[in-house]
Design a protein around this ligand. Structure first.
Ligand code: ADP
Ligand code: MG
Length: 256
């Protein structure tokens, strides 16, 4: 596989936190990311929408190098993502990720889940890590569940723990890949509210979601993907009231 090239002009624009330039990736014959150019400013909330299979998850996974890319550059705060090694671990720790499927450690308590990365990756001492974990669990509304195991919590509570766990690493940007898609309907709002609050607090966020209410109220920008390409980018108002591409019109007619 070709190396990701390192840009010479890796100095970010004033407030550019994440930048993808001409990123390409295949899965076999499938060109899953095609010439992706995307920048995310500090404090910006970008909602990524598009049909199933359009490459949204692959895009998120590329941003924290859970997937390699074949060409193009991805920079986080001006630093190109390396392919591997300690520097990758450091940069990856700057990118918090929340998945559809929670991915909590089942054999660890809620509190331990939120402490683990702090102690292992950030080398925070245990007392400080515990204090921070408890504060974050309170912030997402599951402080009283701290000593339980994930399986004893509802899906909405588990997803809020997953958000707290990601926040515990002090990420520069948070990626959410369909964080409410696996939840029972009555639990969706409790998770979206935590995300709304995070957005109001100024967190830089990339959110893949089908929750158009969230997109309308929290997003600064909507990115519409189809077939591995960014087809359209606009403010939520523009996008929902006046989609320009046929693909976006068709997609919106099916979900709204
Ligand atoms: P989305 O999140 O928009 O639904 P994905 O990024 O998950 O799309 O997937 C885009 C396309 O890439 C789909 O056709 C999917 O089947 C394919 N794909 C995803 N991951 C892999 C993989 N590890 N190996 C092969 N194909 C994959
Ligand atoms: Mg997906």
């Amino acid at each position: 596989m070709a190396e990701v090239s390192v840009t010479k002009d890796a100095v970010p624009a004033a407030d550019e936190l994440v930048a993808l330039k001409n990123v390409n990736k295949h899965f076999g014959a499938l060109h899953v990311l095609q010439d992706i150019d995307m920048t995310i400013a500090r404090g910006e909330v970008v909602v990524v929408i598009g049909p199933s299979g359009s490459g949204k998850s692959t895009l998120c996974r590329a941003i924290n190098r859970l997937e390699t890319v074949e060409s193009g550059t991805i920079t986080i705060d001006g630093k190109p993502l390396p392919q591997e090694g300690k520097e990758l671990a450091r940069l990856r720790a700057d990118v918090g990720m929340v998945f559809q499927s929670f991915n909590l450690f089942a054999h660890k308590t809620v509190l331990e889940n939120v402490m683990l990365g702090q102690v292992k990756v950030r080398k925070t001492d245990k007392k400080a890590a515990e204090e921070k974990a408890r504060a974050l669990l309170d912030r997402v509304g599951v402080g009283v569940q701290a000593d339980k195991y994930p399986a004893q919590l509802s899906g909405g509570q588990q997803q809020r723990v997953a958000i707290a766990r990601a926040l515990a690493m002090d990420p520069k940007v948070m990626l959410f890949d369909e964080p409410t898609s696996a939840l029972d309907p009555e639990m969706i709002n409790e998770v979206l509210e935590v995300m709304q609050q995070l957005a109001r607090d100024g967190m830089t966020m990339v959110v893949v979601t089908h929750e158009m209410g969230f997109a309308r109220s929290a997003a600064n920008r909507v990115v519409f993907m189809a077939d591995g390409r960014i087809v359209e980018e606009a403010t939520p108002d523009e996008f929902f009231s006046n989609p320009r591409s046929d693909r976006a019109k068709d997609f919106l007619s099916k979900i709204l």
